[in-house]
Design a protein around this ligand. Structure first.
Ligand code: UT7
Length: 337
């Protein structure tokens, strides 16, 4: 049976750097609080009036991934696109990438699993590759958060965290021994759907009717992201290690042999907590949240692309990617590079 290997990766972030001090100019926050509670020093924002869309960010990341893999857009058989900030409510972003890259009329699937979106997308690609249906799949995670963030004190615990960016990988079928995705696990707990959510637009509100109803305007709570920070944090530090341990148990691999753990960049404190629980050394964990903030579906592919650029992943190395977030959803991909 074919195995799935990652043959190319790319990432792209907007040029505009937004520091903690920049945020302190528009809301009641400060550099010390943000660094201490999240580890974030700066993030990238396209901004509310940007003409660049989520799909535009992806084009640059995808072109880098294709070049890296040594293939062209016509070699891609399928696209999987994970985002919570699509260009349109519908259709999804996958079709926009099919057009913008000039791919043939291949299938394009959108994944709506927020912070775990890339893990869900990569696991889906792996299933298509192993079943022999596709040979080269473009897997994307991208976000344009800044268009929808409430940059006022009211939403400060949410808005200081998130940043914009895109990452893409080419997943290809391979017969090479000792390489490829070994195991994946995916989980969800919809009971907590509203603990980290954007409630509008959604059918429960009647959507268009509400937008057009001048006497009953929608509220900021409905439009902007809402997060029970402490609650999400507590679940994250339980689910992350659980999912990693499940991957190792199922694979028969030993965690001592893990070369690099690439967690979803949710909060540096979460990554450090998980690192301690798993008994990992500093060099076994990749963190870049300091520079980009939490880029949701984009965070793991951006981190992976940077880790490879920095030479921290070599052929045959054991790597584990794990995410947790809105849904709640969580999961891992364990692979030999
Ligand atoms: O991406 C995947 C899913 N997301 C996550 O995994 C995020 C999980 N949660 C977190 O990362 C943290 O809960 C946050 C970073 C969001 C918040 O940190 P916290 O340590 O849980 O802070 P808190 O919400 O308990 O707030 C502590 C205090 C409050 O003030 P009082 O009530 O103690 O006087 C907040 O009003 O900090 C205040 N605060 C702020 N102060 C300055 C909240 N946000 C800010 C801010 N600047 N940006």
């Amino acid at each position: 049976m074919k195995k799935s290997i990652i043959t190319g990766m790319g990432h792209f972030v907007p040029q505009r750097v937004v520091t903690n001090d920049d945020l302190a100019k528009v809301m009641d926050t400060n550099d010390e609080w943000i660094r201490e509670r999240t580890g974030i020093e700066e993030r990238r924002h396209l901004g509310k009036n940007s003409e660049t869309n989520t799909s535009d960010l992806v084009v640059k990341a995808a072109e880098m991934a294709l070049k890296n893999a040594g293939i062209s857009a016509s070699d891609i058989d399928f696209i999987i696109f994970a985002t919570l900030s699509p260009d349109y409510f519908f259709p999804g972003c996958g079709v926009l990438i099919q057009k913008k890259l000039g791919c043939d009329t291949i299938g394009a699937l959108d994944v709506r699993n927020q912070c775990s979106g890339f893990i869900y997308a990569l696991s889906t690609a792996d299933a298509f590759i192993r079943s022999g249906i596709y040979r080269n799949i473009l897997v994307i995670g991208a976000e344009n958060h800044s268009f929808g963030l409430d940059l006022t004190t009211r939403s400060r615990s949410v808005s200081v965290i998130f940043g914009d960016g895109a990452g893409a990988v080419v997943v290809s079928a391979s017969d090479e021994q000792g390489r490829g995705i070994i195991t994946t696990n995916l989980h969800s707990e919809g009971e907590y759907a509203e603990n980290l959510a954007v409630l509008f637009p959604g059918t429960q509100y009647g959507w268009a009717d509400v937008l057009l109803d001048e006497d009953n305007p929608i509220t900021a709570d409905e439009i902007y992201p809402h997060m029970d920070g402490n609650f999400v944090f507590k679940h994250a530090v339980t689910r992350f290690p659980e999912s990693v341990k499940e991957a190792f148990e199922k694979s028969g691999e030993r965690i001592e042999n893990l070369k690099l753990f690439i967690p979803h960049q949710a909060n540096l404190r979460i990554s450090q907590f998980v690192q301690r629980q798993l008994g990992l050394r500093d060099e076994q964990v990749f963190n870049n949240i300091q520079k980009y903030g939490n880029t949701t579906a984009a965070s793991i592919p951006i981190a992976l692309s940077e880790a490879v650029q920095q030479g921290r992943v070599q052929k045959g190395d054991l790597i584990c990617m794990t995410a947790f977030g809105s849904g709640f959803t969580w999961g891992s991909v364990l692979m030999r590079w």
